[in-house]
Design a protein around this ligand. Structure first.
Ligand SMILES: [Zn+2]
Length: 237
């Protein structure tokens, strides 16, 4: 049986790498200095480098089902040996404290299977997925099912966007994020990528809406109407 993956690895090493060798070796010599933490859904149709026109060394990326952010567990594993394996939380801490990123992007997208599963549920043999989805449940809306028994597309779209805002709010629960946002050293960006249009809609906290990048005046704002005041747009949205 042909090993397609091995073929791909050889192609990269022989044909692609020579063209970017110097770039990568520079990044090894100088270390990585990405300025953006990109928290995105694992969906294969979401390609952060394409969306942002970035390349090696420019994005520190963590991806998971739904682009969810767990609440800050400031105690880590202390006192609970069964808790604390928070991969996404660890990436946030490393990006903010060690890499000192200036931006955190939370990027959801259209046709998100994770958001759909919030309404349709998951199979019983996926207990970890079911538990993980708890991080998005607060974004769900009532009356989501049409007369035909299907989840309404407009509700799904709105839930995808509400989930992004919810994760931005959770980010502010991380002390190292909050202090840097309040000090103006870190910006949070909420994005919703519409796959079929090839366009990101950015969250605007003043209107409480997602605006297509083609007509937006900024690249997305964080959750607070007044930095330091702790006003949540989820309350009014
Ligand atoms: Zn998704």
């Amino acid at each position: 049986m042909p090993d397609e993956l091995l073929d791909r690895l050889r192609r990269f090493h022989e044909h692609t790498f020579p063209g970017v060798q110097e770039q990568f070796q520079h990044l090894v010599r100088e270390g990585q200095h990405p300025t953006i933490l990109f928290i995105g859904c694992s969906d294969s149709r979401l390609v952060p480098y394409l969306l942002t026109g970035t390349g090696p060394g420019e994005l520190f990326i963590v991806r998971n089902v739904g682009a969810f952010v767990p609440p800050c567990d400031c105690n880590g594993r202390a006192g609970n040996q069964l808790a604390g394996f928070h991969g996404t939380a660890a990436a946030i801490e490393y990006a903010v404290l060690n890499l000192a990123v200036a931006h955190i992007v939370v990027c959801g997208h259209s046709h998100c299977g994770g958001v759909r599963a919030l309404y349709e549920g998951v199979t019983a043999d996926a207990p970890n997925l079911n538990a993980w989805l708890d991080l998005g449940r607060e974004a769900t809306l009532p009356a989501a099912v049409s007369a035909a028994g299907e989840v309404r597309p407009d509700i799904l779209r709105r839930t995808e966007q509400r989930a992004v805002v919810l994760q931005l709010e959770r980010l502010m629960g991380y002390p190292m994020v909050r202090s840097r946002v309040d000090a103006g050293r870190l910006a949070l960006h909420g994005w919703h990528y519409v796959i079929e249009d090839g366009e990101v809609h950015v969250f605007d906290m003043h209107s409480g809406a997602f605006v297509p990048a083609s007509s937006a005046s900024h690249s997305g704002t964080g959750p607070w109407l007044d930095p330091g005041a702790g006003i949540s747009p989820m309350d009014a949205w």
